[in-house]
Design a protein around this ligand. Structure first.
Ligand code: V47
Length: 388
């Protein structure tokens, strides 16, 4: 067992035990983390391969507390999936349907606006909007959807459309991606969610989501979104056919783009749910795999402000533990999640604000209600205000 003394500058949190590990390969990595040096591709592979998850978690927690102290973020949000009709037929997905087949739906605009208003009485600060790649719906449908929401809910932040959807809208509307993003912004889109990134490596992408834009196109679209002034998130889908090198490659490519634009807010590892997908022979991810993605993500993505353990994906229990393994955010109330529930998720489809507060408090962290841009939200009985 080797022990490294913890640097003394941490003031806001109680003294911790020193770094200890049974895995000598972690020692040079620990030295780099303590010196705030960037980790290499090889370091990432070592972190994934280490059996000493507590030591990996210790390091990730160090970085997490350096950035956020004891605070853990959550928000009050609502998901809206306007259509599940999708031309892509990705093997990873149980949500998409071909047009006019059983279970396919597309919301009329009024229906989408009503959906936005329904759910819990707590005032939401964010609408999270993603859907399938519909072969016939014009870009104007999505722009009207967003502008109608802005008219009805002017205080609510609209986080809408993944890079895959943006690239698809642009192609269908015969616009450049930059023009498409400008129209989205003008309609009221405030930022973009991180979906569709999956795993960038071509070998994997060809198998799990062959009809989507490739990894470079996802990154190019994100670059344009950031240049247009839209913040965005980045996901990584793990627990299918990818290997450790594919995961590290994904993280390193995200990190390189973030060096360039600074436009990413949050990294969200997403656990693959196999039920009802073409990959339903694969096993579900385990708790330790989930926790490791959070920890390695925190350590490799030194330029990402936030790492989210999305409770819907990994379960509230794992999300809670993740708050000690590198995560600083557990996402929100969500309300009516569909994508993972079609793929067999057994978590509730939403949680109340007070449940999120309890999860965080019981992890020994300080709950901090944020808006989508991580500004403090203050609530009175009927309304909320955002610190700007
Ligand atoms: O891109 C699809 C994933 C993503 C499955 O930005 C699946 O704050 C697991 O991106 N098993 C959409 N995952 C969701 C998403 C997201 C979620 C929460 C917060 C944010 C954010 C973004 O869901 C897709 C895909 O990677 N997905 N099918 C499945 N069977």
């Amino acid at each position: 067992m080797t022990v490294r003394e913890f640097p003394t500058e941490r003031k806001s949190l109680p003294a911790r035990h020193p770094f200890q590990t049974d895995d000598p390969r972690l020692l040079p990595i620990a030295d780099k983390v303590m010196a705030e040096e960037r980790l290499s591709f090889e370091d990432g592979v070592t972190l994934y391969g280490s059996g000493d998850i507590l030591a990996v978690g210790w390091l990730a927690n160090l970085v997490r507390e350096r950035l956020h102290g004891n605070v853990a973020y959550f928000n009050v949000n609502r998901h809206i999936n306007p259509t599940n009709v999708c031309v892509a037929a990705c093997r990873l997905c149980a949500f998409g349907r071909k047009k006019d087949t059983a279970g396919a739906y597309t919301m009329a605009l009024e229906q989408a606006w009503e959906t936005a208003a329904s759910g819990y009485s707590e005032a939401v600060t964010e609408f999270h909007i993603v859907g399938g790649l519909h072969p016939d719906l014009p870009l104007q449908y999505f722009l009207d959807l967003v502008s109608g929401l802005k008219q009805r809910f002017p205080l609510v932040h609209i986080k809408a459309f993944t890079m895959v959807e943006v690239a698809f809208f642009a192609r269908r509307a015969k616009l450049t991606i930059a023009e498409t993003l400008q129209r989205m912004k003008a309609a009221g889109v405030d930022s973009c969610p991180g979906g569709g990134a999956e795993i960038f490596a071509d070998r994997v992408r060809h198998i799990i989501c062959d009809h989507k834009i490739d990894g470079d196109e996802w990154l190019d679209t994100a670059r344009l979104a950031h240049q247009a002034g839209l913040k965005s998130n980045a996901t990584m889908l793990y627990g299918h056919i990818e290997n450790d090198e594919d995961r590290v490659d994904h993280l390193v490519r995200l990190r390189a783009l973030q060096d360039e634009t600074g436009g990413f807010q949050t990294f969200i590892p997403l656990a693959f749910h196999p039920d009802n997908t073409a990959l339903d022979h694969l096993p579900k991810s385990t708790g330790l795999t989930d926790i490791r993605q959070i920890a390695v993500g925190r350590l490799m993505l030194d330029n990402f402000p936030h790492i989210k353990s999305y409770w819907q994906m990994v379960s509230p229990k794992i999300a809670q533990i993740s708050l000690r393994f590198g995560a600083d955010d557990i996402d929100g109330t969500v309300v009516e999640e569909k994508i993972y529930h079609d793929a067999g998720a057994t978590t509730p489809q939403g949680m109340r604000r007070q449940d999120l507060v309890r999860l965080i408090t019981e992890a020994g962290r300080e709950p901090f209600e944020r808006d989508t841009l991580y500004r403090a939200v203050t609530r009175t009985e009927e309304a909320f205000t955002v610190a700007v």
